[in-house]
Design a protein. Structure first.
Length: 307
């Protein structure tokens, strides 16, 4: 129950931070669209399109937390926490599209350079940079949540975009070298892509129930086999329900069934040392053969759930 309470408390804190960032980003989006139209700056309108994806990402992330906070039921015994991972994967996919759009837009500008009102572009970009920096500060905190990482990455990439617009505006204003605008756009896109790929791969790994990132499966297996009384381990599975919430199931082979719970306690300690809190161990007598009724009766008791 305490784990549920902590998760709920963290979810509420994340929701509050997302709401603040959404208000900041949404307000500036409107200002940037108006500014882009008034100055005739395609760069600002392009950045506004990127900002729109930020707003969408924050809305999705906030919605994911609201859905993920629902309690488990008879249809979904793990609850809805994995919805946060779906949101992170969706946000990563949107980031990919934005990065490719930036590079496509850069190519278009090389072909047909647009007139740029650098002063208005610079003022609005500076405001955008400040808004993004505040939003990033607000979203910092929960390093385990991929959903929050996705939202942070969206705002972070837009902050880099605002910085690029400022640099481009200054260079164009003082040198007239307009080509710097699409060049910086390509660099921003190339900078965003590898970080987006990492976020997407982490999300897909959880959705595919892969081994949690950073966990050494062979070391975990070796540590379980070193427990006194354990002669072998099989059917070892480790996966994540959502960010930072890992689960484990395993069958522990023994020569004789232990008379106390020390073996299970040690197995749980090994799992906890590897960052796994939710465990389910089944003890099996090594001498038992499949179909042996006596062993089936003897093996019914050893199944033990540890949490």
């Amino acid at each position: 129950m305490s784990g549920e309470h902590n998760h709920s408390h963290t979810g509420n804190a994340n929701a509050k931070r997302l709401t603040i960032a959404l208000c900041l980003t949404g307000s500036f989006l409107i200002a940037e669209v108006v500014g882009g139209i008034m100055t005739g700056s395609l760069a600002l309108l392009s950045d506004a399109a990127h900002m729109l994806t930020d707003v969408m990402a924050l809305v999705i992330a906030l919605f994911a937390i609201k859905i993920g906070s629902r309690p488990a039921d008879m249809r979904r015994t793990y609850g809805y926490r994995r919805f946060e991972i779906l949101a992170a994967a969706l946000n990563a996919a949107v980031l990919f599209l934005v990065a490719f759009y930036i590079m496509y837009e850069a190519w278009q500008r090389f072909q047909n350079p647009p007139p740029i009102a650098t002063t208005g572009m610079l003022i609005i970009a500076v405001i955008g940079l400040v808004v993004n920096l505040i939003s990033m500060r607000v979203l910092q905190g929960d390093g385990d949540s991929l959903n929050m990482k996705a939202a942070y990455m969206e705002v972070f990439s837009d902050m880099i975009g605002s910085l690029g617009v400022i640099i481009a505006a200054l260079i164009i204003k003082f040198t007239g070298w307009w080509q710097v605008d699409p060049i910086l756009a390509v660099l921003i896109g190339l900078w965003v892509l590898p970080r987006t790929w990492k976020l997407l791969s982490e999300s897909l790994n959880i959705l595919l129930e892969g081994v949690p990132t950073g966990l050494e499966m062979q070391k975990l297996l070796d540590d379980l086999q070193l427990i006194p009384g354990v002669t072998g381990v099989h059917d070892l599975h480790v996966w994540s329900v959502t960010s930072g919430q890992h689960s484990l199931t395993a069958h522990l082979m023994v020569e004789t069934y232990p008379s106390d719970s020390v073996l299970l306690m040690k197995a749980r300690e090994v799992a906890k040392a590897h960052g796994i809190e939710h465990t389910n161990f089944q003890i099996e007598i090594e001498s038992c053969m499949p179909g042996d009724n006596a062993c089936a009766l003897q093996g019914a008791a050893p199944h033990r759930h540890e949490h």
